[in-house]
Design a binder for this molecule. Structure first.
Ligand code: FAD
Length: 307
């Protein structure tokens, strides 16, 4: 059995593995895809102390750092169930195996909901973006659209309006769903247009990068075009917690509820990174939270186990 078993091999899981292993305790990592979301990222310019790197390079660096330590890495394995227990907590895998550990760190991350229209996948990282904190500055002085009129979409539009030349916000429904205070701020900005009842139908490009998008005006069924250089999709971030329903307490958005130490509702089970209720889904935050969850797991071990 492990002392600490980490589920997830993104920035949070990697940090947890390093911090746990440095305590000299039996540490394992189960990950469907070691590296996590950064594998889908191009430029990373906001990981403090690294001026600029690329996602796959960052993911390799994470893995190499973890491999400096005695960590049992089980890559390309998916956890399907968490079974709490007094002595050991079990993690069941899709391949039928069961792993046992005294403590668990859940770091299964999240995924951005996609609009699923032609051009979205093709131009991902070439104009189609999901994270304004990450990619906003790449569109300095350019025209962008934000898809989604909830809080995250309206916050993104306000944020981007200060960087880019023009923002078109597209919302499918007749009204924006964002908080009134955000809507007031949005409508006060001169370089933002808001279009409601707009169903995005296609992201267009020249084969290399985005050049525009098309949407259907749901009032008239007319297809309209907007020329632009960037599209920020803001229709939700989905935490990877479907497999945890009924075990650890989840928020109404499906995020794992954690306290300031990363403790979940189940004793011995900690969580970190994008999968939790901790706001601002960023690498630097996931790494810090991962380290914290591992230290909390260690603290739990020294207080509860005698062997
Ligand atoms: P993730 O990176 O999501 O990792 C989750 C891990 O859990 C993966 O290994 C996954 O395979 C595994 N997993 C999931 N479910 C299971 C399961 N059931 N069983 C086993 N393993 C499982 N942030 C920045 O700070 N700067 C940027 O420039 C930046 N750019 C981004 C660009 C894009 C396109 C995207 C998508 C995100 C970007 N982010 C950026 C956000 C950043 O990638 C995330 O905040 C960060 O990766 C979160 O780390 P995490 O470890 O919590 O989760």
């Amino acid at each position: 059995a492990f002392d600490v078993l980490i589920v997830g091999g993104g920035p949070a899981g990697a940090a947890a593995a390093i911090y746990a292993a440095r305590k000299g305790i039996r540490t394992g990592v189960v990950a469907e895809r070691f590296g996590g979301q950064v594998l889908d990222t191009l430029a990373i310019e906001n990981f403090v102390s690294v001026k600029e790197t690329e996602g796959p390079q960052f993911a390799t660096a994470l893995e190499q750092h973890v491999k400096q330590y005695d960590v049992d890495i089980m890559d390309v394995e998916r956890a399907t169930e968490l079974v709490p227990g007094a002595k050991h907590i079990e993690i069941k895998l899709a391949n039928g195996a069961t792993l046992k550990s005294k403590t668990i760190v859940l770091a299964t991350g999240a995924r951005w909901r996609e609009i699923n229209v032609p051009g979205e996948r093709e131009y991902r990282n070439h104009g189609v973006a999901y994270c304004p904190h990450c990619d906003g500055p790449l569109f300095k002085g350019k025209r962008v659209a934000v898809i989604g009129g909830g809080n995250s979409g309206v916050e993104a539009a306000i944020d981007l309006a200060g960087i880019v030349s023009h923002v078109t916000l597209l919302e499918f429904a007749p009204d924006l769903r964002a908080d009134a205070v955000l809507q007031r701020k949005l409508y006060s900005l001169k370089n933002v247009d808001v279009i409601t009842q707009a169903q995005t139908t296609e992201v267009q490009g020249d084969g290399k990068k985005v050049t525009g998008l098309s949407y259907k005006d749901r009032k008239t069924d007319e297809i309209k075009h907007v020329a632009l250089e960037g599209v920020f999709v803001q229709i939700g971030l989905v935490p990877n917690t479907e497999w945890l329903k009924g075990t650890v307490a989840l928020s109404k958005h499906g995020e794992i509820e954690v306290d300031a130490k990363g403790q979940t509702s189940v004793p011995g089970v900690f969580a970190a990174g994008d999968v939790t209720t901790v706001p601002y889904k960023q690498i630097v935050i996931a790494v810090g939270e991962g380290a914290k969850a591992a230290l909390s797991a260690f603290d739990h071990l020294i207080r509860t186990s005698i062997d």
